[in-house]
Design a protein around this ligand. Sequence first.
Ligand code: SF4
Ligand code: SF4
Ligand code: SF4
Length: 272
Amino acid sequence: MKKYWLPVMMLAIFEAVAVTLWLTLDNLFYLFNFSYIGCSVSLGIFLFIRKHPHARRVAQLLVGLYMLVYLGLICQENMQIEGFWYYLFTGVFEAATIHYAVAKIFGPLIFGRGWCGYACWTAMVLDFLPYQTPRRPRKPIGWIRYVTFAASLVFVAALFLAHVGNLERIMFWAFLTGNLAYYGVGIALAFAFQDNRAFCKYICPITVFLKPMSYFSLLRVTCDTEKCVSCGRCRQVCPMDVDMTDNSRKRKNGTECILCFACVKNCPKGAL
Ligand code: SF4
Ligand code: SF4
Ligand code: SF4
């Protein structure tokens, strides 16, 4: 049973969040929401341990579709970064603010960029494209993420400063157009750079939160240097160009790891 500590720990963390938010905000929805996400993520990790070939994709589809279709389209909650700014400006601690606090700001201190590997509805689609591992070297254009981050903030701030009415409706349309833009740009970049995760590496504004927080992540892939024979197979299969054979926090692209465990699966010596 020892090998199942990780899915059990993930489920416990999400249940703790679910119960805390349910009781403090007196809203049963949070119990359902975070229990569902915790069960889905834990199921993905459990299946991975059981060597199921599509373990991560199962979790990604369960959480991604729930957030995109149920929360986004049916409940009309803008869970993108614009929704986060919107709730932050209105001073309401719910929906997108809670989602960001748990999945993208404080959660990464524990589970790094697990969100990007197991839950994001943008990557859920991008991961179906044919370039699972990048076929071209990384480009030095990661600065674009700061531009998109600033643009999202300026957009929402401008709506408030201009006292635009019917903001809830506008945020729903921003969610629809924002997602279409993300998918369009993400798919175009994946084919242009022959890299499914090009959008994640260069454009995604959420990485401005994710990268610094995941630097301190409790959960990370480490290398047993005694077992490693420096074959380089792990780096070849990594979708995010991480040098996982370096155990230091400053390893190359260390804050990009999405915990997909492709490197672990492909290491012939079981060194990761
Ligand atoms: S980097 Fe952005 S688009 Fe990519 S998986 Fe993470 S949150 Fe999703
Ligand atoms: S292959 Fe390994 S280092 Fe690369 S993103 Fe996946 S888990 Fe992280
Ligand atoms: S695949 Fe395993 S043995 Fe090869 S370099 Fe990576 S960690 Fe070392």
